[in-house]
Ligand binder design. Structure first.
Ligand code: ZN
Length: 257
């Protein structure tokens, strides 16, 4: 057994036995980890509010070699992100952000860029007005795809390399933008407008904070979001679900969000 210190964001937790919880964190140094927090459901637990969903905490845990479940010995909240838990719509967006990470990365694979992105998207979701949530999540989705090595090629046709004109498709299986001559070669090509392609370029180059301050949601942000979510689904194993993303889209389409 060895002792480790890191910062981590709570992705989810479940009750374990009478008074404990098993918590899944995305941590800065170790990636996605699971730890048991013994006694954390008791009143006056030493863990306080540090294990609330989407809280960022400093952690000390004991790691058992060749085991997936470790033992949390100490945690202290650094950033509660409480605005997210107060608003069901923000909670839906944050849950989708967290679950996409969970589905795309294996356990205990460190990825500090991804940790920083997750921290940043939760902060922006906390601060954002509702109309900006979709832009923030879509921008995060593209940045996250790059951080895990699935970043789509958008500056020229991913198949033939030609410059893109007004007619553009996004090839879910090709991994990027397609020109009119190539789109038929990808059975899962989605047509998109030139403006949507340009917006995706902005998602990649502009920070989420700046995007929240300077952009407004419109039909192109919706189209970009739909394409990027479909692309994430194309990367996970067939039949696997990203339930919170499914939920988010149903909620959005029923115009609650
Ligand atoms: Zn082409």
């Amino acid at each position: 057994m060895s002792i480790h210190r890191t910062h981590g964001i709570v992705l989810r937790s479940r009750k374990f036995r009478e008074s404990s919880k098993i918590v899944v964190f995305f941590s800065r140094r170790y990636g996605k980890i699971s730890a048991i927090a013994k006694g954390s459901l008791k009143p006056k637990s030493k863990f306080g509010s540090s294990l609330e969903l989407f809280t960022r905490s400093s952690l000390i845990f004991y790691k058992k070699e060749n085991r997936d479940l470790h033992t949390l010995s100490h945690s202290e909240a650094l950033n509660a992100n409480e605005e997210i838990r107060k608003d069901v719509v923000k909670l839906a967006y944050a849950s989708a952000a967290g679950e996409m990470v969970e589905r795309l990365v294996p356990n205990e694979e460190p990825n500090e860029t991804l940790y920083e992105l997750l921290d940043a998207v939760l902060k922006q979701i906390s601060l954002a007005e509702r109309p900006h949530l979709e832009l923030i999540l879509a921008s995060y989705t593209l940045k996250m795809l790059h951080a895990v090595g699935y970043g789509p090629q958008l500056d020229s046709c991913v198949r033939c390399g030609k410059d893109l004109a007004d007619e553009v498709w996004f090839g879910l299986h090709s991994g990027g933008a397609l020109c009119p001559a190539c789109h038929n070669q990808d059975l899962h090509a989605m047509e998109m407008r030139r403006e949507t392609l340009e917006l995706m370029g902005k998602f990649q180059s502009v920070s989420m904070a700046r995007l929240r301050e300077t952009s407004k949601a419109d039909e192109f942000s919706r189209e970009a979001a739909d394409i990027l979510y479909a692309f994430v689904r194309a990367q996970i194993s067939e039949g696997a679900k990203i339930r919170s993303l499914d939920f988010l889209e149903r909620m959005r389409d029923s115009s609650l969000a």
